[in-house]
Design a protein around this ligand. Structure first.
Ligand code: PMP
Length: 337
């Protein structure tokens, strides 16, 4: 959404229209470390350069605009959401632009930095005990119930609201296709809500059935087995990748063409996060470690000469107390190089 505006002197300027106009159109960054090693072009969609700092700005924007267009929220309204963090960050920025209140429910297993950040941005944050999705006190269900008690309010419902997937079908997918000149051979991404993978898969498969769509899954998630066997069976182990992995099939991910899945354990994720930092100069969060580690495995499977796109989902600063804290890693049997 670039704007060619004229200033008072009639000079044409290339600008973007505020926070909202700055969402999307992120660069596609060649990752030299892993590209040179595999002989493939491994390219990262630089979602950390969105104005709210993550891939979730796109979903937050589409969810709010969709609700406005349907007349579900108007001036003075309230947006309520259950989020592990990044969707909340995107939502509160856009709520500030629109003049909405923002109330965020977060499970208590997330990094303190994210809670502090969302509060600093202006939302009310309600940190609630971490319980499984089937429990009525799950943070997402609490958000939904609370929104229903308010007038002129929406529950963003990022997991099952397909405006999320549409954001990636209408923006991320076309960007990847055009930025690679239609040469993309595979798209690899981990999923939280599934919006990114599902939207991009739909768009790319419409352009070419040959584009392979690969789901990258952290340990402790059920989606690897779901893709491989059709059963939602959870894999073993903890995961440092925040905001990704799922034990259920969301409405966003449902009916998505996925060609294969790759499970990435914590040591491989951590090694990749530090490799991106020390070799490529990119300070990324844990989900990006899962994504790039999986992209590298896809490159090895496909062989040299292929173009593989993945997602640089968010930056590392929100994870200083965890992924970038050697004592925290050591307590989990993990080491940073
Ligand atoms: N990486 C990070 C850091 C995230 O916060 C999320 C979303 N929670 C994802 C990846 C996954 O994105 P999606 O919800 O589109 O599957």
């Amino acid at each position: 959404m670039g704007l060619l505006r004229k200033n008072a002197d009639g000079v044409r300027m290339d600008t973007k229209d505020g926070f909202i106009g700055s969402v999307g159109n992120t660069p596609l960054i060649r990752l030299a470390s892993v590209s040179d090693e595999t002989g493939c072009e491994i390219l990262g969609k630089a979602e950390f350069l969105n104005p709210g700092g993550s891939v979730k700005d796109r979903a937050a924007l589409f969810i709010i605009v969709d609700a406005e267009q349907k007349g579900l929220i108007g001036p003075g309204g309230t947006v309520v959401e259950g989020t592990a963090g990044n969707t909340g960050i995107g939502l509160v920025h856009i709520c500030n632009v629109r003049g909405y209140d923002c109330i965020i429910y977060m499970p208590d297993n997330q990094s303190q930095e994210k809670v502090d950040l969302i509060r600093a941005l202006g939302a009310e944050v309600r940190v609630v005990p971490t319980v499984p999705y089937r429990d009525e006190m799950n943070y997402q269900k609490q958000a939904g119930r609370f929104a229903a008690t308010l007038d002129n309010a929406i529950w963003a419902n990022q997991f099952d609201n397909v405006a999320n997937r549409r954001a990636h079908y209408e923006t991320t997918g076309p960007e990847v296709w055009h930025q690679t000149g239609g040469s993309v051979d595979a798209f690899v991404a981990s999923t939280g809500t599934g919006g990114t993978l599902a939207g991009v898969s739909r768009y790319l498969k419409e352009q070419s059935k040959d584009v392979r769509i690969i789901l990258a899954d952290p340990a402790g998630s059920a989606l690897y087995n779901y893709v491989k066997t059709g059963e939602l069976e959870t894999t073993e182990g903890p995961s440092v990748g925040e905001g990704i992995g799922s034990t259920r099939l969301t409405d966003n991910l449902a009916d998505t063409e996925i060609d294969d899945a790759i499970s990435i354990a914590d040591p491989e994720c951590v090694a990749m996060v530090y490799r991106l930092l020390y070799e490529d100069g990119l300070f990324m969060g844990g989900s990006t470690g899962v994504n790039v580690a999986a992209a590298m495995r896809v490159a090895r499977e496909m062989g040299p000469g292929h173009t593989i796109v993945t997602v640089l989902a968010d930056g590392g600063a929100k994870y200083m107390s965890r992924l970038f804290n050697r004592a925290w890693l050591a307590a989990r049997g993990l080491t940073a190089p």
